[in-house]
Write a new protein. Structure first.
Lengths: 259, 310, 226
C-alpha cells in the first residue's frame, strides 16, 4: 500500500509539472503527447475502417473477410509489430520521425479491427424492416445508409471506436521502447531507474486517461442512443442480445489493449 | 441429448487438458542460453545479463565456462539495466552477473572519486554490499562515452567533452537513466559546465537507435559504448574526457557470496584474463554486425579459440 | 532463412516457453471468470461491480503491471509467475463479461423446464446453462486465447524468455528477419490454439454442428477468430 501512496504523492508533486524540466518530465507534456498519438491513430483508423465497415454492413459483402481479419489481427503481437515497423521505417526515415511513423502505423493497425467490427456490426444490427421502409419511401442506397442505418447504429459504431481508443491508449505505453514520447517514457524511465513512483505513477496516469476517454465515449454513446426515432422498438428487436450487441463489440476487442 | 456421448466428451476434455499441461511442462526455462547439466555438482549458478548484446555475450561466456568446469548453470538474460539486475541479484533470481567496475561502483557510491581501473577496483572491493563480491577485473573495457559524428566534430572543432559548450543548445540521446546518473547529464552540467542540453531518452543502450539518432542529427551527442562496432562503421568520434567524468569500465563478475569458491573464481579469472577490449569489439561485431550470430554461438567460439573449453 | 535454420533450437525453446506462459492464463482466466459471470447474473448490483471491475482491469497497461507485481505478490522479479498472474487478470477481465452475457442469453424457458424437472442449481448449471451458453463461451475463449498469446511477448521487456525476446533482440541488432520470425511463430501458436479450441468445441458440443449455431452467431460479430 505504501508505494501506492508514494506514487500518488509523486503525481501530486508540483515539481514534476515544472515546464522545461528534463525528460520524462514535465508530466503534462507527456499526457499531451500520449493524447496526441492516440487521437491521430484513432482518427486515421476511423477514416480507413468506418467506410469499409459501412460498406460491408450495408451490402453484407466481405463479411467473412472481416471476421477472419479482425480475429487474425487480435493474434498479432503489437510489440513485434512495433519493432518490425521501426526497423523497416527506420531504414528510410530520419530518427525523429521514424519512431512516430512506426508507432502510428502500428497503433492504426491495432485500432482498425475494433472500429471496423463496430461499424459493420452496427449497420447490420439495424432492423431490416426499417431499412426496407426507407427504400420503399424512395430513398437511394446512400440515403438509406446515411439517414437510417448510420444514425440508428451510432451507439455501436462509437462503441467500436471506444474499444479501439482504449487499446491505443494502453498500447502507446510500449512505444516508448522505440523512443516514442508519451506516458510510456515515464514508465520506461521508472524501470530504468528502479523508481516505483514513476512506474506506478505512470501506470495510474495511463489508467486515468483511459477511464476519462472511456467515460467521454460512454456519454457519446448514451447521447446518440437517445436520438434514435424508435428507441423502444430497437430495444425490442434486440431483446435477447440486449447487452450483448454493443458490449460484445467493446468487450471482445478492448482486451488486447495492453500489448 | 446431453447424456449419450457425455462420457466420451468428458474423456476428450480430460485428455485435451492433460495434453496442454504436458505441453506446458516440457517447455525449457532458458532457451536463450545454455541448459543446466545433469551430472553437475556444487551450487546452482544462475547467470543474468543486462538487456544489451554485449552483456548477453559475456553472460554466455561465464555460463559456458562454468558449465565446462562442471557447474550446474542456468541463465536469465536481458533483464534490463543495473536498476533491475541488482534487485534480481538481491532476491536470488540470479547469482552471477557480468558487470563493469566503474558504473557498478557508481551504483553503490554515487560520490566516489575513483577513476582508474586500480582505483575503482580498490574502492569497489569495499563498497560491494555484504553477501556479494566481485572477482578480478578483466583488461577488457567498455565505457560509456560522449560521442559525436566526425563531421560535426570537424565543423565545430570538438575534441573533448568541454568543447560541447561551442554547440549549445544541443540534444543528447541515451537510455532514460542517463539523464539522472552522476556520469550522465548531472555530471555534464556540474563537471563540464554545460548549461543548455536537452535530454532525449532512447531505450536501447547505445544500440542502433542511438547511433541512428546521432547520424540523423536528431541528437548531436549520444552515449555510445566504446566497444560499439558502429564507432568505426558510422564515422563517429569519442570525445575526450580530461576531467575523468567517466570512470574505468572493466568487465568483471559480480556474484552472490554463497556461490563463491576458489574453484569458481579460478574459472572466471581465467576468462577475465583472456578477454581483451579488441575481443569485445570483435564479439559485438559478430552478434550485431552483418553476421547476426547468436550471443551463445559467439561466446562458445571465443572460448574455444582461447582454449578455455575442455 | 539461414538465421532461422541455424537457430531452430532457440526459436523452438522460446516457442515452448511462450506456449507454457499462455496456457495457464487462458485456462485459469476461463475457470475464474465462469463463477464470476454466474454471480454477476444473480444480482444487478453485483453485475455492475463485476463488469466495471473487468473494464477497469483492461485499462491498466501490462508493462508496469509486470514490474509492480513482484512487490505485491512477494515473487522474485524475474519470476515468470508475475507474467502469468498479470495475463490471468487480463483473461478474467476479458472473459467475465462474455461469461455473464452468455449465461444471461440462455433461454429462460430452458431454465424453467430444468427447474420444473427438479434439477438443483448446481446440476442445472452444468447440464443446462453451461452447455447452452457453450458456443458464446467458446467464442469468448478464442478471443482470450488469441489476445493472451499476443500479450505474452511484452514480458520480454523485463527479461522473460518467450518469443518477445526475438522482437527486442532483433530491434537491438537492427535485424528484421529475427523479428518477423518471432511474429510468425506467435501467429502460428495462436492459430494452433484456435484450431484446438474449435475442435474441442465440436467434440464437446456436437449439437452446434446441426443447429443452434446461427442463433448465437449474430451475437458475436467477431466470432470467427482466424
Amino acid at each position: 500500500m505504501q508505494f501506492f501512496l508514494d506514487a500518488f504523492r509523486w503525481l501530486l508533486d508540483p515539481a514534476n509539472y515544472v515546464a522545461g524540466a528534463q525528460s520524462p518530465l514535465p508530466i503534462q507534456a507527456r499526457i499531451g503527447e500520449h493524447l496526441f498519438y492516440s487521437v491521430v491513430s484513432v482518427v486515421i483508423a476511423a477514416i480507413i475502417a468506418l467506410p469499409l465497415g459501412f460498406y460491408i454492413g450495408h451490402t453484407g459483402r466481405g463479411r467473412q473477410f472481416v471476421i477472419g481479419f479482425t480475429g487474425g489481427m487480435r493474434a498479432l503481437p503489437t510489440l513485434g509489430l512495433l519493432m518490425a515497423l521501426f526497423v523497416i521505417v527506420g531504414a528510410t526515415v530520419p530518427f525523429t520521425q521514424a519512431a512516430f511513423v512506426a508507432s502510428i502505423i502500428a497503433l492504426v493497425i491495432l485500432a482498425i479491427p475494433s472500429t471496423l467490427a463496430g461499424a459493420y456490426a452496427g449497420i447490420e444490427s439495424v432492423d431490416s424492416q426499417t431499412v426496407d421502409a426507407g427504400r420503399a419511401s424512395g430513398m437511394t442506397e446512400l440515403q438509406v445508409l446515411s439517414q437510417i442505418e448510420i444514425p440508428l447504429s451510432l451507439p455501436l459504431i462509437i462503441g467500436g471506436i471506444r474499444a479501439s481508443a482504449l487499446q491505443v491508449i494502453a498500447t502507446a505505453v510500449i512505444a516508448s521502447y522505440i523512443s516514442l514520447g508519451g506516458l510510456g517514457s515515464i514508465i520506461a524511465s521508472g524501470i530504468g531507474l528502479n523508481d516505483n513512483n514513476r512506474i506506478l505513477g505512470g501506470a495510474m496516469l495511463v489508467t486515468v486517461l483511459a477511464l476519462v476517454v472511456d467515460g467521454i465515449f460512454a456519454l457519446a454513446q448514451r447521447l446518440t442512443r437517445r436520438r434514435g426515432f424508435s428507441d423502444t422498438r430497437q430495444q425490442k428487436t434486440h431483446v435477447r442480445g440486449r447487452s450483448l450487441g454493443p458490449v460484445t463489440v467493446a468487450g471482445t476487442t478492448a482486451d488486447e489493449g495492453k500489448k | 441429448m446431453f447424456t449419450a456421448n457425455r462420457r466420451a466428451r468428458i474423456a476428450t476434455a480430460v485428455i485435451a487438458a492433460g495434453a496442454l499441461v504436458a505441453l506446458a511442462g516440457c517447455a525449457t526455462s532458458n532457451p536463450t542460453g545454455t541448459s543446466p547439466t545433469d551430472s553437475a555438482t556444487g551450487p546452482k549458478i544462475v547467470v543474468g545479463s543486462f538487456a544489451f548484446p554485449e552483456s548477453e555475450i559475456l553472460g554466455n561466456i561465464y555460463a559456458l565456462a562454468l558449465k565446462n568446469a562442471g557447474y550446474s548453470v542456468d541463465t536469465k538474460f536481458n533483464l534490463g539495466p543495473r536498476q533491475t539486475t541488482i534487485p534480481a541479484l538481491k532476491d536470488g533470481s540470479i547469482n552471477l552477473m557480468p558487470e563493469y567496475n566503474g558504473n557498478l561502483l557508481f551504483f553503490y557510491d554515487t560520490k566516489n572519486t575513483a577513476r582508474t581501473t586500480s582505483e575503482v577496483d580498490a574502492a569497489l572491493a569495499t563498497k560491494v554490499p555484504k553477501g556479494f563480491r566481485v572477482l578480478t577485473s578483466s583488461p577488457a573495457e567498455d565505457k560509456d562515452a560522449y560521442v559525436v559524428t566526425q563531421e560535426l566534430a570537424k565543423k565545430e572543432g570538438l575534441v573533448s567533452i568541454g568543447d560541447l559548450t561551442k554547440i549549445e543548445p544541443f540534444s543528447l540521446g541515451s537510455n532514460p537513466q542517463f539523464g539522472e546518473l552522476a556520469y550522465g547529464i548531472p555530471g555534464l552540467k556540474s563537471v563540464y559546465k554545460i548549461k543548455d542540453v536537452t535530454f532525449v531518452p532512447i531505450e536501447d543502450f547505445g544500440g542502433p537507435d542511438t547511433v541512428k539518432a546521432l547520424v540523423d542529427n536528431a541528437v548531436q551527442v549520444a552515449d555510445i559504448y566504446t566497444t560499439s562496432p558502429d564507432l568505426v562503421a558510422k564515422k563517429l568520434l569519442v570525445l575526450k574526457d580530461p576531467e575523468n567524468l567517466i570512470a574505468a569500465q572493466n568487465v568483471l563478475p559480480l556474484l552472490n557470496s554463497k556461490i563463491y569458491s576458489a574453484k569458481l573464481a579460478k574459472v572466471l579469472d581465467r576468462v577475465s584474463a583472456a578477454l581483451s577490449t579488441t575481443d569485445l569489439i570483435a564479439l559485438r561485431d559478430r552478434v550485431e554486425g552483418s553476421e547476426k550470430a547468436q550471443a551463445a554461438t559467439a561466446a562458445k567460439d571465443w572460448l574455444t579459440k582461447k582454449g578455455l573449453l575442455k | 532463412m539461414s538465421w532461422f535454420i541455424e537457430n531452430v533450437d532457440l526459436i523452438w525453446g522460446l516457442t515452448a516457453n511462450h506456449v507454457a506462459l499462455s496456457i495457464v492464463p487462458i485456462v485459469l482466466g476461463f475457470a475464474i471468470a465462469m463463477p464470476l459471470g454466474w454471480i454477476a447474473n444473480r444480482r444487478l448490483a453485483l453485475r455492475s461491480i463485476v463488469i466495471t471491475g473487468g473494464s477497469l482491469l483492461y485499462t491498466i497497461p501490462s508493462l508496469p503491471l509486470f514490474v509492480i507485481l513482484p512487490y505485491v505478490l512477494g515473487t522474485k522479479i524475474t519470476d515468470d509467475r508475475n507474467i502469468v498472474v498479470a495475463l490471468t487478470l487480463y483473461a478474467i477481465a476479458m472473459m467475465v463479461r462474455t461469461a455473464a452475457d452468455a449465461l444471461a442469453a440462455v433461454p429462460a424457458d430452458a431454465i424453467e423446464a430444468a427447474t420444473a424437472m427438479g434439477y438443483s442449481t448446481w446440476t442445472r448449471f452444468w447440464l443446462v446453462e453451461f452447455p447452452l451458453a457453450g458456443p458464446v463461451l467458446l467464442a469468448g475463449l478464442r478471443v482470450v486465447s488469441a489476445s493472451t498469446i499476443a500479450l505474452v511477448s511484452v514480458g520480454a521487456i523485463i527479461g522473460s524468455a518467450n518469443l518477445g525476446y526475438l522482437y527486442t533482440n532483433g530491434k537491438q541488432r537492427d535485424f528484421l528477419e529475427e523479428i518477423v520470425i518471432g511474429i510468425v511463430a506467435s501467429l502460428v501458436i495462436a492459430l494452433v490454439f484456435d484450431v484446438v479450441l474449435v475442435l474441442l468445441g465440436r467434440v464437446l458440443m456436437p449439437w452446434t454442428r446441426r443447429r443452434g449455431r446461427t442463433r448465437f452467431r449474430s451475437i458475436l460479430p467477431v466470432e470467427g477468430v482466424a
